[in-house]
Design a protein around this ligand. Structure first.
Ligand code: CA
Length: 662
């Protein structure tokens, strides 16, 4: 997202063709529904197919290496034109690990304007920097035991998931991680790593496992554009990966050898397998709403087809990246569906987070849903359902926005209501949220705590969070909006924010490192919003902070909250009816305090979020004796005190007490 805004270029825009792309006739006559686009490796032969309805000729180039600068063409073959805009050729020899490109040529009247050499949009493997595709025998990329690998949480109800949003590199790029494969997929397979390789405080995957989250959601791990994969060292060159290059190939910079097309595939599979063995499911962030720029390879095969371009050649820009994807076009929709299903099948991916899904049409998302359901149960889907200004190329198309959530099957959306209510508006540095004493969004906050913000009446379609990779980190935002408090107060506000997210109905999502008071500060000491291209020194998780008391205690608090959530089904109710039946708010005189009861025949739980800088007492009508589980900076499943006719809440903190029948 953001980034990559390019100067307008008409290289891949052809007015005449653009006018027909979204017509019913074109869609009908040119839609190809085969599942064999790209290079299908069959051992002693390989079949190549490319969809390019306006090309006059297409040539297949076979290369020895994957480096686009290497002068090592083996041979070229003219491809045959078939129905439905398909170009095909079969090579009758074993060409495993041979690299390839297509040269697509158009009518002479365009003076070579569109003729070019491209990577295969359906490529499954590629060389360094993703300019040449590779013929891959996927069987040979599987790690040992891959056939037995499966989602460890396949039966987990959606609302019982706890998601951790992570960038592959941030986990291990700081030296204090003690991880050998720093910045790589393999860094996530290293177990029992500790802070600075000494002591007992775990880092990396051991830390995440201890924390208790059920899913890791990775920032883009498909092949993206801007990071030069030939760069050997971690450091200044960094990217989040919202600049898609090859949608169906892992990013090369996360592999130990980006030159050999097999290695990145095997290493990603090893990562998935290792996480599965540790009980953690894997979600990938997918960015189909835009491409890196208009010169995306599919646009070169079919000039301008992939994007929403108006009659004047102006590209729709709801994504702020200058090139909204025309998902409403049949072959684009098919491409997105094929791609997601491929990751689920080939890489055993357990969930997909759709970047700016509000730009993608409802039909495409529902087709993906149906396709995933046919592969395995319980593959999560969620996304950013913001309403954005985009110019659709067809009439009567519905987009996958928050307001259309009920048109989507089993698809959750990020809840920006809770995010902004808890910590303040992300676009206004000085705006405070509930934890800093601002109660203006109190009504909306209560709805979110019930897992039902204005746009959803179903908690299993709501992703609750206060921070993610975008904008400032939670701790930075808390400090920025209220510059006059001391460190300990900020920590309390952070803990309160965590408690709200983890004790609300819905699906909680945490930004990696939030539990260690993650900050992003540049070399001038400034807080960094959107660290997309800042170096590792800004982005990395600083594990050695765990040696400091407040950081360690914060981490323990998050861990305690997660344990507590997991052991109380009342916190994970999955329908409106159940919530209305089992949950009620206390009416209080202060908006700075939110208190509610959750109850069923087995237990009664009282939750208090006190944002006041003084203590608060809630009088109870019952004469039960309650066990205290969360109080001050402590949270967990062990009783830490008792109370009876009143609950005492410390300043800026969450308090939870439980009475149970047994
Ligand atoms: Ca790349």
């Amino acid at each position: 997202m953001k980034e990559n805004v390019k100067e307008f270029s008409d290289h891949v825009f052809n007015k005449e063709w653009n006018e027909v792309y979204s017509t019913e006739q074109f869609e009908k006559e040119m839609y190809y529904n085969g599942d064999d686009l790209g290079a299908v490796y069959l051992g002693n032969n390989t079949v190549f197919k490319l969809w390019s309805p306006f090309a006059k000729s297409v040539r297949l180039n076979l290369y020895k290496s994957g480096d686009q600068n290497a002068n090592d063409l083996i041979e070229s073959h003219i491809m045959d034109q078939e129905d439905k805009g398909i170009w095909k050729i079969e090579i009758n020899q074993n060409i495993e690990n041979i690299y390839y490109t297509y040269f697509v040529a158009f009518d002479e009247k365009y003076h070579g304007l569109y003729d070019c050499e491209i990577c295969d949009p359906y490529a499954k493997a590629c060389g360094v920097n993703g300019k040449r595709a590779m013929v891959v025998n996927l069987e040979n990329t599987n790690p040992d035991g891959w056939d037995k690998d499966k989602n460890p949480n396949i039966n987990l109800p959606t609302c019982e998931s706890i998601i951790y949003e992570l960038h592959v590199r941030d986990l291990s790029s700081d030296q204090s991680s003690g991880i050998v494969h720093a910045g790589k997929f393999l860094g996530l397979t290293e177990r029992n790593t500790t802070v600075n390789n000494k002591g007992v405080i775990p880092t990396g995957i051991s830390h995440i496992k201890n924390l208790g989250v059920t899913h890791i959601h990775f920032l883009p791990i498909y092949d993206y554009t801007m990071l030069d994969e030939t760069t050997k060292d971690l450091g200044d060159e960094y990217n989040w990966g919202y600049d898609p290059l090859n949608y169906n190939i892992p990013e090369g910079s996360y592999s130990t050898n980006p030159y050999d097309g097999n290695i990145r595939i095997t290493e990603l599979k090893k990562m998935v397998q290792s996480l599965h063995n540790d009980g953690i499911s894997v979600i990938m962030d997918v960015v189909y709403n835009h491409t890196f720029n208009e010169e995306y390879c599919y646009n070169k095969a079919v000039p301008g087809y992939f994007h929403r371009i108006d009659e004047e050649g102006i590209r729709s820009n709801g994504s702020a990246c200058g090139n909204d994807t025309a998902s409403e076009r049949a072959m684009v929709s098919k491409y997105i569906v094929d791609s997601v299903l491929y990751w689920a099948k080939e890489y055993h991916i357990d969930g997909f987070r759709f970047d700016l899904v509000g730009l993608i049409d409802v039909d495409t998302i529902n087709k993906i849903r149906d396709g995933l359901n046919a592969i395995r149960p319980n593959i999560m889907m969620y996304g950013e359902g913001w309403i954005l200004d985009t110019n659709l190329t067809k009439k009567d198309v519905e987009l996958a926005t928050q307001k259309n959530i009920n048109l989507l099957n089993d698809f959750a959306m990020f809840n920006d209501d809770i995010r902004d209510a808890v910590k303040g508006n992300v676009f206004d540095e000085e705006d405070k949220g509930f934890v800093s004493g601002n109660t203006k969004m109190i009504k909306s906050l209560k709805k979110s705590i019930m897992g039902m913000p204005d746009w959803s009446n179903s908690p299993d379609k709501v992703i609750n969070y206060t921070s993610c990779h975008d904008n400032y980190t939670l701790f930075d935002k808390i400090r920025m909006c209220d510059g006059e408090k001391d460190f300990n107060t900020y920590v309390k506000q952070n803990l309160l924010a965590a408690a709200i997210v983890l004790l609300s109905q819905g699906i909680p999502l945490l930004h990696a490192g939030e539990e260690i008071l993650r900050e992003k500060v540049d070399s001038d000491g400034k807080y960094v919003s959107d660290s997309v291209r800042h170096p590792d020194s800004v982005n990395s998780i600083k594990w050695d902070n765990l040696n400091k008391k407040e950081y360690f205690e914060t981490c323990e608090y998050y861990k305690g909250l997660i344990k507590f959530r997991k052991s109380h089904p009342l916190l994970m109710l999955n329908t409106k009816e159940k919530i209305e039946q089992h949950m009620e708010f206390f009416s209080l005189e202060h908006d700075e305090v939110i208190a509610y009861r959750l109850y069923d025949e087995k237990e009664e739980m009282i939750v208090i979020f006190n944002s006041l800088e003084k203590s608060f007492e809630l009088k109870l009508e019952n004469s039960h004796e309650y066990d205290i589980y969360i109080k001050g900076n402590k949270a967990g499943v062990d009783c830490i005190g008792k109370c009876a006719d009143r609950v005492f809440a410390e300043p800026i903190s969450c308090t939870v007490v439980v009475y149970s029948e047994s």
